[in-house]
Design a protein around this ligand. Structure first.
Ligand SMILES: [Zn+2]
Length: 343
């Protein structure tokens, strides 16, 4: 069962390590070529992400409290963000040049990769700090293969605002799109780029929903009704996403899965399936998929890393999902929404 995934943070990790060869020889973490091949992970969205200064380990520790409200990380300046974005995009290009994956811009390319046993990568930008108001950098990244972006991570940008790491909390934590944000949505529509709504404020979500001509996509988000984290989607958001013909990828980050919001590795498949069931009930079976957040979060110990993905598939089978539904969740729903967006 081939699995296509909505979100990973491998590029940030590889840039930091400075050793792209380890993708093939083996990395400690969730993703590398052997683990992907073992787990049937045929490809996914590879995110460019500009790290915030500060201690991410400390952030994870704070998300083990009963409740938390972490301050929004400070803004990042354009030049600094552009240098890092180009360096991370270059990491993906280097992996392609080494022959370990292919950067895809059509679903025909993705399907052809799958049939050849080649990893299919979508270049994605999580947080538009590197994008200037004239979209010069966006066009440059587009030429490198970029076909998907999220206007914000958990930081304000010139385009909008992201939700903080807060539990319990709804996603209505700040303002919506700025004037530049609305222009960004129009530019993405004109170029056929996916607009990712994971992390954006609720006001920003509705601003995009009323502006975009493309299906609504949340590459890695879960059901707020089950885990009331600021980053998860309310029933109204899930319904709107489904009605637009969009997709939400099940996020494995345990703080966004566990009903108590704690970033701890103990999560049963029953919890992951409860999120899938709920998102399917609100958005429909054509609108749910996988969005692992591999190498960006603590994931359930039962999965461990990409090689453990078949355990989740078997849990879906035991839960009563039939082969057609599982194929939609693990692959076909992503292909459908990409076809509808990448015109
Ligand atoms: Zn994320």
């Amino acid at each position: 069962m081939p699995i296509f995934d909505g979100h990973n943070d491998l590029l940030t990790k590889l840039l930091k390590s400075g050793d792209t060869d380890k993708f093939a020889s083996g990395l400690t973490g969730h993703l590398d070529l052997p683990k992907m091949q073992k787990g049937g992970m045929v490809g996914g969205f590879f995110a460019i992400w500009v790290p915030s200064r500060g201690d991410l380990a400390n952030l994870t520790a704070q998300m083990r409290q009963t409740s938390y409200d972490l301050p929004l990380p400070p803004r990042i300046e354009l030049e600094e963000a552009q240098d890092i974005a180009l360096a991370e995009a270059a990491v993906l290009v280097a992996l392609q040049e080494a022959g370990w994956l292919s950067i895809c811009t059509t679903t025909d390319q993705i399907r052809s990769c799958v049939s050849k046993g080649q990893i299919a990568a979508i270049l994605h930008l999580e947080g538009c700090e590197p994008i200037d108001p004239e979209f010069t950098m966006l066009d440059r990244l587009y030429d490198m293969g970029l076909r998907s972006l999220g206007p914000v991570w958990s930081r304000p940008t010139r385009f909008g605002a992201g939700v903080p790491f807060r539990f319990p909390s709804g996603p209505d934590t700040g303002p919506g799109l700025t004037a530049d944000g609305f222009r960004l949505i129009e530019h993405c529509n004109a170029r056929g780029l996916v607009i990712d709504l994971s992390h954006i404020t609720e006001a920003g979500f509705w601003d995009v929903a009323k502006t975009t001509q493309a299906p609504l996509v949340a590459t890695h988000s879960n059901a707020h009704a089950i885990c009331p984290h600021s980053r998860n989607l309310t029933d109204e958001q899930l319904k709107a996403l489904g009605e637009s013909g969009g997709v939400v990828g099940l996020n494995f980050a345990t703080a966004m899965l566990r009903p108590d919001g704690k970033m701890l590795p103990e999560v049963g498949f029953d919890i992951m399936l409860a999120h899938l069931d709920h998102m399917m009930a609100k958005a429909g079976s054509d609108s749910i998929a996988i969005g692992s957040d591999f190498d960006g979060a603590i994931v359930p110990a039962l999965i461990g890393n990409a090689s453990g993905l078949p355990h989740l598939v078997r849990a879906m089978e035991r839960h009563g999902y039939d082969a057609v539904l599982i194929e939609k969740i693990t692959f076909e729903n992503w292909m459908r929404v990409l076809d509808a967006t990448w015109t």
